[in-house]
Ligand binder design. Structure first.
Ligand SMILES: [Fe+2]
Length: 243
């Protein structure tokens, strides 16, 4: 069984199309989105429609949860220029998305547990219980192991930190898909994860990077009047967190 996992699109439709085109060539049995479909990018509506049309499972990212009617942004004061700009640009996202779109986004489950040909897997955006906590690639083995809810889990996959990695800790595989729309790991190419499971074990866990037209995405950000388009452009060109 072959599975594609992608995450953290962040309204970058050009990157999303590139990733989905690549996935379409891989003959996958299942596609799962690990959250953060919008915010911090130019084209939220296009991304929402494209992911929804896939009909695939999606887990709730912190950005998706911003559309909850009870979400109060003051609970999460902006801590850097990127977050300040994202908050200022949020009204444009709200205007672009219908109420039905917003309801769809904020109703995803936080955590999925699946069995892929007998291989037990947990899927979430950041951690199983909190979709804001960051787990970086250099986190301790203890932090990695704490990501699973059950000792029988063979793999956990998530996104959120926008840095793709695979770690194996005492036989437990931890996989971060990286980000489709805003990679922060120094490689600006969109990333996603490809996994194969056979007869109760994982036979492949790999990160795929795809080429895309970043300049077209930046042009879209300028054209739509995205607040913070310069920060978006910096990350799209460098793969670096804009600060
Ligand atoms: Fe994200």
């Amino acid at each position: 069984m072959r599975i594609a996992l992608f995450s953290d699109i962040h309204s970058n439709y050009h990157a999303l199309e590139a990733v989905l085109s690549d996935i379409a060539l891989r003959g996958v049995d299942r596609i799962i989105c690990l959250g953060d479909i919008t915010l911090k990018g130019p084209l939220p509506k296009e991304c929402v429609d494209r992911v929804r049309d896939l009909g695939c499972p999606v887990v709730l990212g912190n950005a998706d949860g911003c559309y909850h009617p009870d979400f109060h942004p003051d609970r999460f004061p902006p801590q850097n220029a990127s977050q300040v700009a994202a908050r200022a640009d949020f009204h444009r996202h709200l205007a672009a998305l219908t109420r039905a779109d917003q309801d769809w986004l904020q109703n995803f489950p936080v955590h999925l547990a699946e069995s892929w040909e007998g291989t037990s897997v947990e899927l979430f955006h950041a951690t199983p219980g909190d979709n804001y906590v960051l787990t970086m690639p250099w986190a301790s083995n203890e932090q990695m192991v704490a990501l699973r809810s059950s000792e029988s889990t063979q793999m956990a996959a998530f996104g959120h930190c926008h840095r793709a990695f695979v770690r194996v800790v005492h036989g437990f595989t931890v996989m971060n898909t990286g980000s489709v729309g805003l990679p922060f790991d120094g490689d600006p190419r969109p990333s996603y994860a490809l996994v194969e499971a056979e007869r109760g074990r994982l036979t492949m866990c790999t990160i795929i990077r795809v080429e895309y037209d970043a300049e077209a995405a930046i042009k879209a950000a300028r054209t739509v009047g995205m607040i913070g388009w310069e920060l978006f452009a910096h990350t799209a060109r460098t793969g670096q967190f804009p600060g």
